[in-house]
Design a protein around this ligand. Sequence first.
Ligand SMILES: NC(=O)c1ccc[n+]([C@@H]2O[C@H](COP(=O)([O-])OP(=O)(O)OC[C@H]3O[C@@H](n4cnc5c(N)ncnc54)[C@H](O)[C@@H]3O)[C@@H](O)[C@H]2O)c1
Length: 251
Amino acid sequence: MSHEGKLAIITGAGRNIGEAIAHRLAEEGASIAVVDLDQGRADKVVEDLIKKGVSAASFVCDVSKPEQILNVVDAIQHEFKRIDILVNNVAISDNKNILDIDLTTWQKTLDITLTAPFYFAKCVAHKMVDQGIPGNIVNVSSTTGYFGRGRAIAYAAAKGGVVNLTKAMAIQLAEYNIRVNSVVPNKIGSPVGKDEFDPSRPIINLRNRAGAPSDLANAVAFLVSDQSDFIVGTDLFVDGGCSVIMPGGSG
Ligand SMILES: NC(=O)c1ccc[n+]([C@@H]2O[C@H](COP(=O)([O-])OP(=O)(O)OC[C@H]3O[C@@H](n4cnc5c(N)ncnc54)[C@H](O)[C@@H]3O)[C@@H](O)[C@H]2O)c1
């Protein structure tokens, strides 16, 4: 197991994609810090991990509050004595049109979806640098970071920011042996902010199936492993190939 003795933080690990990433990295031997706003969800994931013999703990944190991020990173460092992996997974969508969205919703979406990954990475990178620990950071982006979207405006802007944040972080942290990459999902499991799979979501990709949280978890596991040692600042699309299809289809 490649992550024996290592500690992985996964934000928004209370359900769906984050939960799957937590279980996948645990299978590789990592101890897991489950960070989520929802204590019940976080505790349930930790309970399931502990039942599998994994070392895990839950940390309640509203990532829209920088002081809470700072405190939670300190608490994780205190409990596990090291941080090797950060997966910046939390995001919310505004689901608004530019004509309808108000500034409060815009700001909240950017705070959680763009500023939080930046600040979480900053706090974690300081710990890695101070301890001389070679680290891995993966930002969960979205195909919406590359394309416009009718159903969200702030989310699209924030995810576009995550795409370039990843590249800048990769350059700035490279000298400290911290690799930064992103994964780029499209329609994985249930929609962002929802608990239920939505069978009415159209599936337009080259695999003719909806993506599963495990598809994303496998990609993250690869990016934080030594097998991807020469991959830095990359956006790994996990979208069934949907983003290579021209409007009008693939024929
Ligand atoms: N689900 C998809 O189809 C899809 C597609 C593209 C990209 N993504 C990306 O994948 C990631 C995960 O998506 P998901 O669908 O699993 O999300 P989700 O909404 O199902 O889960 C998000 C988790 O984050 C937690 N959370 C929400 N706000 C928080 C806050 N302020 N502080 C701390 N925790 C908070 C929630 O409690 C929840 O457990 C996101 O970055 C999303 O943009 C998802």
